[in-house]
Design a protein around this ligand. Sequence first.
Ligand code: SF4
Length: 335
Amino acid sequence: MMEIKGKKALRHDWTKEELLEIYNKPLLELVYLAASVHREWHNPEEVQISTLLSVKTGGCPEDCSYCGQAARYHTDIKVQALLPTETVLAHAQKAKDSGSSRFCMAAAWREVRDNRDFDRIIEMVKGVNEMGLEVCCTLGMLTESQAQRLQEAGLYAYNHNLDTSEEFYDEIISTRRFDNRIETIKNVRKAGITVCSGGIIGLGEKPEDRISMLRTLANMEKHPESVPINALARVAGTPLEFLPKVDVWEMVRMIATARIVLPSSMVRLSAGRIEMNEVEQAWCFMAGANSIFTGERETLLVTPNPGVDEDMSMLSNLGLRPMVVKREAFCNSSL
Ligand code: SF4
């Protein structure tokens, strides 16, 4: 039986067998272990509140089967060009005033291009950073020099999810390879930006795929600082529209396993929260989730998400409080 020692056990050499043994533990034992690790590495009373804003929506040339923003699927999502910088900064200020410590800007691009739109993203990053918020972007694939530009503008984190396992990847996306994801994550690291990377469950994958994805993250030379765990949001018009709803215990299992093998990371309970009641979300927090997305627009990118007031009321009911990040504008020279 493997020993899980919490803080001394930050490892990068997990085997598939070890991960499966954790994932398949009796549920209450698994949650107990994860909650213990959580308490060694984090204050269990705090939850990081992040706000996600879609700054460019829809019309994406990629074919991610779960995504309503892919141009090739017939969904209700309206295409929207890159928002004006002032609009984005107004949203960021509102997010800060509502208790968010991280502001994430998402653009439905396959990759970043060195054009005017990227110059505008750079302006947005500078502006949000000056507000004292942790700035995060998710813009698709990035080269090393683009990552460097973002870092110099004050970008704190870059989100680039693995989505699923390397083995299952081709079933979900055909327009890029798993290796492309890894390459972008490496470019982000080289630039000194923190990494936010996780995945989605409920895509039709097997438990072995979930484990394989977590293993890729846990065996990275440096663990991603944030690990979003998403439940498939079944968007009408996408190929995965009719898959069954993810069972809450599968989310709890996945979060608990992530917490144990990535103990220092923020584990983010992300898409799919709208379909969970407060009790179910409480289980996820008990299993080690310590971050959520919320938003004034009550959407997570283009799928429904609980609003700020509802989230604050839930945190209060559970005796949790928003994590306060004490920082001035991110100073590049301190890297
Ligand atoms: S997940 Fe991202 S890359 Fe994939 S289709 Fe949607 S917007 Fe495009």
